[in-house]
Design a protein around this ligand. Structure first.
Ligand SMILES: *[C@@H]1O[C@H](CO)[C@@H](O)[C@H](O)[C@H]1NC(C)=O
Ligand SMILES: *[C@@H]1O[C@H](CO)[C@@H](O)[C@H](O)[C@H]1NC(C)=O
Ligand SMILES: *[C@@H]1O[C@H](CO)[C@@H](O)[C@H](O)[C@H]1NC(C)=O
Length: 438
């Protein structure tokens, strides 16, 4: 058996040397060849050599000994096969929390893809760096690091935003040196410092960050690109808030940020998702459910009129920690995940920013649903949810408002073990997607 196999491999290798004829490889032979390839190039560990079917999903291992991007190939029916793991050349980290568990960075946006820039950026919280990759738009499982990881300008980088044009990456640092910092993306050199964007939040924090209470959460650009917004969770004695910088036409940030606090009842603003066409934000809030922020009047209004405006803090009954969100353009609804109840909740926000809970979809108990993203594959929307406690990705098809249904759960524990990539429930983080371009 063993002899037959090594003979086969010798044969395969010699054939490969002399011709590019297609080969009918057995699973175990592929595994063997891939293990060899992995040794030759430890930066990319190939799990499955196939090209992208309909799109790709990416998340990070965030391991302290070496951070990897796990790349999944997505089918038109939403199903996943794992494609490869690519070293970021940086290290992961886990925030200080009791008990130690999933959601190590207390954040959304630890990894972020852009279809306009064809790039993928990720934080390396344990080495205070940011890595950027190019994405092949016709084969998005194929990513290549551009340049070297660059210093984040602070400590414990935890979240990233990419502008609409896909040529600027801003990072949120949440450690003892905290705040935001932006880079322009050079297609051959990688991330280049952008002048007048290094701005402090003046949080009294530690490195690694202590949380979840009192930690930074997420950074995004407003829909019109005129603001860069970071969310900060509150503590029992100090309410959480959003920090908002103006973005000038050259990409520089205002020296100071304005703050807006959640409506009464909200305290832990976490993920931020733009409400399309409204100059308003949907924010998960681990203390109650979710908050709505109307930022359209922010530049002129004083705090009092903001409080009486269309801002609201809204309860999700039975929630434990609602922290991650995304929006589906096909259903027009928001989808949030709760790490404590492992539930997806679908929420509609009307033209007056008044929300309604449409439906709840329990996922597997104890899966600890965290980061999620929506992608359109062959005109259908799918929600990809990282479920670190079951080392899997849960896939939910969004057929219409109130009509989500689970496609399946796709464990990566076995494939990671097979190729020697460390994954652990408490360190995994992030979820971002990229539909294959025609
Ligand atoms: C910062 O936080 C630490 C730990 O909670 C506390 O002991 C210290 O007084 C705080 N410093 C300031 C300036 O608030
Ligand atoms: C993760 O799994 C462990 C072991 O099954 C369980 O005790 C823990 O409650 C789970 N954590 C979450 C956040 O669901
Ligand atoms: C959603 O669409 C899929 C595929 O067409 C189907 O299997 C599933 O039953 C649908 N679910 C709902 C709730 O409509």
């Amino acid at each position: 058996m063993k002899a037959a196999r090594s003979l086969l491999i010798t044969l395969l290798c010699s054939i490969a040397l002399v011709s590019a004829a297609p080969l009918d490889l057995q699973d175990r032979d592929i595994a063997h060849l891939e293990a060899r390839a992995a040794k030759a190039d430890p930066d990319t560990v190939v799990i499955n050599k196939g090209k992208t079917h309909a799109g790709a999903a990416y998340f990070i291992t965030n391991e302290p000994k070496g951070n990897y991007v796990v790349v999944a190939d997505l089918m038109t029916n939403g199903k996943i096969t794992y494609s490869r793991a690519v070293a970021t050349r940086g290290r992961g980290a886990h925030g200080i929390t009791t008990p130690n568990g999933p959601d190590p960075l207390f954040s959304q946006g630890a990894i972020k893809a852009s279809t306009t820039g064809n790039i993928l950026a990720t934080v390396n919280a344990g080495s205070n760096t940011v890595s950027v990759f190019s994405i092949d738009p016709k084969d998005p499982v194929n990513i290549q690091q551009i340049g070297q990881p660059v210093g984040s300008g602070g400590e414990f980088p935890m979240s990233l935003a990419i502008n609409k044009d896909g040529n600027t990456v801003c990072v949120l640092n949440g450690g003892s040196v905290n705040g935001v910092n932006c880079f322009s993306v050079d297609k051959t050199l990688g991330l280049m410092p952008k002048a007048n964007t290094l701005r402090s939040l003046n949080l009294n924090q530690t490195t690694p960050a202590t949380g979840p209470a009192g930690s930074a959460s997420h950074v995004i650009f407003s829909e019109d690109g005129a603001s860069l917004i970071a969310s900060i969770k509150g503590t029992p004695t100090a309410q959480g808030y959003l920090a908002i910088w103006d973005v000038a036409s050259d990409g520089s940030l205002s020296q100071n940020f304005r703050t807006i606090t959640p409506a009464a009842g909200g305290n832990l603003p976490f993920s931020l998702t733009n409400i399309p066409g409204k100059n308003a934000l949907f924010a998960t809030d681990a203390s109650i459910g979710f908050d709505i922020f109307d930022i359209s009047t922010l530049k002129t209004a004083n705090a009092a009129s903001l409080a009486s405006g269309r801002n609201s803090a809204n309860a999700i009954k039975g929630q434990m920690a609602t922290c991650w969100s995304s929006f589906s353009s096909q259903t027009g609804n928001f989808y949030v995940t709760d790490i404590g109840t492992s539930t997806v909740t679908e929420i509609k926000v009307d033209d007056n920013l008044k929300p309604t809970i449409v439906k709840q979809y329990p996922q597997r108990k104890g899966a600890a649903t965290i980061d999620n993203d929506v992608v359109t594959l062959n005109k259908k929307d799918f929600l990809y949810v990282l479920a670190p406690n079951s080392t899997s990705v849960e896939v939910v098809q969004l057929n219409g408002s109130g009509k989500a249904s689970n496609v399946g759960h796709f464990s990566f524990a076995k494939v990671a073990k097979r190729v020697g990539v460390t994954v652990s429930a408490e360190n995994l983080q992030g979820m971002t997607t990229f539909p294959k371009q025609q």
